[in-house]
Design a protein around this ligand. Structure first.
Ligand code: PAF
Length: 283
């Protein structure tokens, strides 16, 4: 069975041993309840590293007071088995006390300005502070050479890129493609909250982003295309938090023009909040 480590001294000893032997260490941070998307990140990290560490930590500081921290699915045994099958070498499973020795209220917080505050950040105030805070800690604990994150959390990846550059972490970031069900729904641990009816509606989020991309490529002005895509989602039972076309740095692009774009959306079906995005080029 995969080695599971819960003490920081043991983790540091393992990693120091690998580094002494000249091995490159890859890292996949997660909150557990792992699916094929996470396992593909292990594979991606493995391509650039000799040893791969995955962490499972449901991070309290990135959940808002009315969010799903308490009910977030925790499946440690299945996670360990899946990681082993995916070729992961070590599972880092810290407790809240190990992660936040002074408690979650008294922790040193990391705030990434700008990119943390728009879209997802505007709807989940403090969320990216929690992400940046825990990822900075995980990077200090694991000290990887490379770390893999999914493109599904597009804005999170942008926050982490900024963090790595600004705090000079000597870590190469890898971005894994979004894995989808056959009907287009992006894999997410939160999909299991969906009722059967909601699950049947959920692929509409991806389909709407595809429609938005087509409208922009056909020359529809951005604001009009965003508004009609949001209307389409609302008409299919979603409560839309945001739906926007942005530049890769998440700044607003001109209404018309060339270059890379990303369409991003967050919308709720009942009590479940889904996010997704689609990158494309305007030639
Ligand atoms: O993407 C996630 O699962 C989490 O936000 C992360 C990066 C593991 C930090 O808790």
């Amino acid at each position: 069975m995969i080695e599971t480590v819960a003490h920081l001294d043991t983790l540091r000893a393992r990693i120091a041993g690998w580094k002494r032997a000249g091995l490159r260490v890859g890292f996949v941070p997660t909150m557990g309840n792992l699916h094929a998307g996470h396992f593909s990140l292990v594979g991606l990290a493995r391509q650039s590293a000799d040893r791969v560490v995955a962490s499972v930590f449901v991070n309290p500081t990135q959940f808002g007071p009315n969010e799903d921290f308490a009910r977030y699915p925790r499946t440690p045994e299945a996670d360990a088995a899946g990681l082993q099958a995916a070729g992961c070498d070590l599972l880092w499973l810290p407790s809240v006390e190990t992660m936040y020795p002074f408690g979650v209220e008294a922790t040193v917080r990391v705030h990434v300005p700008g990119v943390s505050e728009v879209l997802e950040g505007a709807h989940r105030p403090g969320h990216f502070d929690g992400v940046a805070t825990v990822v900075a800690r995980l990077f200090n604990q694991v000290q990887p050479d490379v770390a893999a994150f999914g493109r599904k959390d597009y804005q999170q990846l942008a926050v982490i890129r900024y963090l790595v550059r600004d705090l000079a972490f000597p870590i190469e970031l890898l971005a894994g493609e979004t894995r989808r069900e056959s009907d287009g729904l992006a894999l997410s641990s939160r999909n299991q909250y969906l009722s059967p009816e909601e699950r049947a509606q959920a692929p509409e989020l991806h389909a709407t982003l595809e429609g938005l991309r087509e409208a922009i490529l056909a020359g529809t002005p951005r604001a009009a295309a965003e508004a009609s895509a949001a209307e389409r989602l609302a008409g299919r039972g979603f409560a839309v938090d945001y739906l926007a076309v942005r530049r890769p740095d998440l700044d607003e692009p001109p209404d018309r023009g060339h270059g890379r774009r990303v369409a991003l959306a967050a919308a709720r079906l009942g009590r479940t909040r889904l996010i997704d995005n689609l990158e494309f080029d305007i030639g």
